[in-house]
Design a protein around this ligand. Structure first.
Ligand code: NAD
Length: 323
């Protein structure tokens, strides 16, 4: 029987072509809006699909597994897979894969630096100032920011993306400290990073704190009011990982009350909704979860999600199986 695959939203064509060239039937949902869980269930009931390409905005849980008993693999188009109940999938013998593209780590690390440098050099505020016609000549006191050379970068989580950030950080002349549940000797050797077993010391010492942990029960609200208060008043917080890792209400208060100097956020606790007061702050830079949105990364991710399905259908263990 020809294998059939449902894709919950359009992904780069390169991935779809890999599957169609293998002779599989690929149904891509046409709407560009985020599908509700009900909508996904309705679509999956139309055919006995064998596989699904899901996105990080799709909640894949018991209800979906019940609605689509023929689906044996969910290939998630993301490095993270916190949108999927992997334990329930395992109980049912359903395979879950992710797409940890090398170029995704590079893109997210670059975006982390874009946020870091924009905060330090006050790029967004300055851009708005020029656009509003307020620039009436060079002023020695205008938009004084800070430099990052010689500052201390604190990484919380030093896996694929954290490791790549450390790699770039060395070139920027940053001193690197990090905490992780596992030591990363590669970044210690390559970038001279110093390890701390708990995040507290990193929060106290860093001028820039950058978060790169997965979202799990143990990392939800890892950054809360108490930990924000440990940071330097001059410090920046960068979050390109997952929104709920930061208690966003506590962050708004910390930014409002100048407990920390600024934040750069690509992800939000209740995205796409933003916590009250966040947009009013001028010491925060907000991007709409686009850290991995480079053309190279998105194409590589599409290739990986397709390859995971091909491998599974051809009786191999997909390289990116996570359960
Ligand atoms: P990874 O699995 O390679 O690295 C995560 C690291 O966190 C690991 O070294 C792990 O040991 C460590 N860790 C786990 N639990 C921890 C804890 N409680 N305390 C300290 N360290 C802990 O993951 P990655 O690919 O580097 O991704 C990092 C984050 O970036 C994830 O949250 C992922 O979802 C997110 N991400 C975001 C985007 C985006 O577009 N903004 C794109 C890709 C990935």
């Amino acid at each position: 029987m020809t294998k059939t695959i449902f894709v919950t939203r359009q992904i780069p064509e390169v991935g779809i072509s890999i599957l169609r060239n293998k002779g599989y039937i690929v149904d891509v949902r046409e709407k560009t809006s985020i599908p509700s869980q009900k909508e996904i269930m309705k679509a999956l009931k139309k055919k006995p699909y064998d596989a699904v390409i899901s996105l990080l905005t799709d909640k894949i849980d018991v209800a979906i597994f019940d609605a689509a008993p023929t689906v044996k693999i969910y290939s998630n188009y993301a490095s993270g897979f916190d949108n999927i109940d992997t334990a329930e999938a395992e109980k049912r013998g359903v395979i879950i894969t992710n797409a940890p593209a090398v170029s995704t780590s590079e893109a997210v690390a670059e975006h982390t630096f874009a946020l870091m440098l924009s905060l330090a050099a006050r790029i967004v505020e300055a851009d708005e100032f020029v656009r509003r016609g307020k620039y009436d000549g060079w002023d020695p006191m205008n938009f004084i920011g800070t430099d990052i050379l010689g500052k201390t970068l604190g990484l919380i989580g030093a896996g694929r993306i954290g490791g790549q950030v450390a790699h770039y950080a060395k070139a920027f002349g940053l001193k690197i400290i990090y905490s992780d549940v596992k030591r990363n000797e590669m970044i210690e050797n390559e970038s001279g990073a110093t390890y701390f077993s708990t995040p507290e010391e990193v929060l106290k010492q860093a001028d820039i704190v950058s978060l790169h942990v997965p979202l799990m029960d143990s990392t939800k609200h890892l950054i809360n009011a108490e930990r924000l208060a440990m940071m330097k008043k001059t410090a920046f917080l960068i979050n390109t990982s997952r929104g709920p890792i930061v208690d966003e209400c506590a962050l708004v208060e910390a930014l409002k009350n100048k407990i920390i100097a600024g934040a750069g956020l690509d992800v939000f606790e209740y995205e796409p909704k933003l916590s009250k007061g966040l947009v009013k702050l001028d010491n925060v830079i907000l991007t709409p979860h686009i850290a991995s949105a480079s053309d190279t990364a998105r194409n590589e991710m599409a290739t990986l999600v397709a390859q995971n399905i091909v491998d599974f259908f051809e009786g191999k263990v997909p390289a990116n199986k996570v359960n």
